[in-house]
Write a protein that binds this ligand. Structure first.
Ligand code: LP5
Ligand code: MN
Length: 253
């Protein structure tokens, strides 16, 4: 029976080695032998450019070493026959084709349609669904602009580390002053994007509010599955076996 796994929001970083170790174990124990693995964004806590991979020996932050370790493990999964797909999140939108090919993955656009057992399923990171968060939507537009990205990627790595830290701090201050409802998906936006893509199932992450929401879309049953963020002691996956329905699962790491 075919097996497809979807994960998101691991937020891997050197300061949380237990999550990295848990992920490496999960790869061995759960992902090994799967037909496909979809990583739906925020795989890394912050990604400042693929050229970081060249500078592991001069990277005091440990980010480069972490990326190389994870890349090796994913590469071996891909070599074993698992198709890996990587989508950008709002923390790692600078992940590029170089990292993707290092791990043997394909970069996925957001949104992407996946055919699961004959039914189309929409995959997203989820940040673009939070349309009531006007300040974030403005930031997103800027940060996803090719000119801004080219300019940022031309900066020295150390300057990029500082910029990423400054943006993280700004974001932390901004989010602590935002209403919880603003930082969740906009219900009408969910319906609208599902209609646009003609799907009855949407799977995304980003909000860190894992759940399966069942509802009606134009008179038909529909579902929105939200993946959770990984912690030192717990991770989340969506598992699809054969022609079965996607199943949200929480497990200890
Ligand atoms: O990420 P999180 O969970 O804190 O909040 C998100 C939204 N914030 C972001 C911003 C990222 O955290 C920034 C970090 C990116 C790391 C990689 C950067 C690589 C590029 C640079 C280096 C090469 O996505 C947050 C949402 C929240 O999710 C919920 O959906 O609300 O949105 C914001 O916080 C946006 C703010 O409201 C407005 C942004 C202010 C930025 C202003 C720029 C100032 C420049 C300062 C630098 C000198
Ligand atoms: Mn996110």
């Amino acid at each position: 029976m075919s097996r497809t796994l979807l994960i998101s929001d691991l937020h891997l970083h050197p300061g949380a080695p237990a999550v990295t170790e848990g992920f490496l174990r999960w790869l061995d124990e759960r992902a090994q032998g799967a037909d496909a693995l979809y990583i739906l964004g925020d795989f890394f806590e912050a990604w400042i450019g693929d050229d970081l991979l060249d500078h592991a020996d001069q990277d005091p932050t440990g980010n480069a070493e972490l990326a190389l370790t994870v890349a090796r493990a994913l590469r071996s999964l891909a070599d074993g026959g698992t198709a890996i797909y990587l989508m950008h999140g709002n923390r790692d939108f600078l992940l590029g084709s170089r990292f993707a090919s290092a791990i043997g993955a394909k970069l996925l656009s957001d949104p992407a349609v996946l055919n699961l057992g004959g039914a189309p399923v929409l995959l997203m990171h989820g940040d673009s669904l939070c349309t009531r968060d006007k300040a974030y939507m403005a930031f997103r537009e800027q940060a996803r602009h090719p000119d801004w990205q080219a300019q940022v990627l031309s900066m020295p790595l150390a300057d990029r580390q500082m910029l990423a830290a400054a943006l993280r701090q700004q974001s932390g201050e901004a989010t602590s002053n935002k209403a919880e409802s603003i930082m969740d998906v906009t219900p009408e936006e969910v319906l609208s994007v599902m209609r646009d893509y003609g799907v009855r199932t949407l799977i995304h992450g980003h909000t860190h509010r894992p759940a399966q929401h069942d509802f009606e879309l134009d008179g038909e049953p529909a579902q929105r599955i939200v993946l959770g963020d990984w912690q030192a002691d717990q991770g989340w996956e969506v598992l699809v076996e054969g022609n079965g329905r996607p199943e949200l699962r929480c497990f200890s790491l």
